[in-house]
Ligand binder design. Structure first.
Ligand SMILES: [Zn+2]
Length: 62
């Protein structure tokens, strides 16, 4: 397992967030609560290579 740090923003409050992505998994979907506003962020990750990771952070209602 190799964890890669990626930065994004909370879709609710706009706070910058840092996510640790396991780059050994090519597709990931999970829900994580924002540390600032505590709302559930739906996180979709596509890993192509360790340097090529697409991150999509959405609100639960999207
Ligand atoms: Zn937030």
């Amino acid at each position: 397992m190799n964890l890669v740090e990626k930065n994004s923003f909370c879709p609710y409050c706009g706070e910058p967030i840092t996510l640790l992505i396991d780059s050994s998994l090519s597709e990931q979907n999970y829900v994580e609560d924002c540390e600032v506003c505590c709302k559930p962020m739906v996180i979709q990750v596509s890993v192509f290579t360790e340097d090529d990771i697409i991150l999509d952070v959405k609100s639960e209602n999207d």
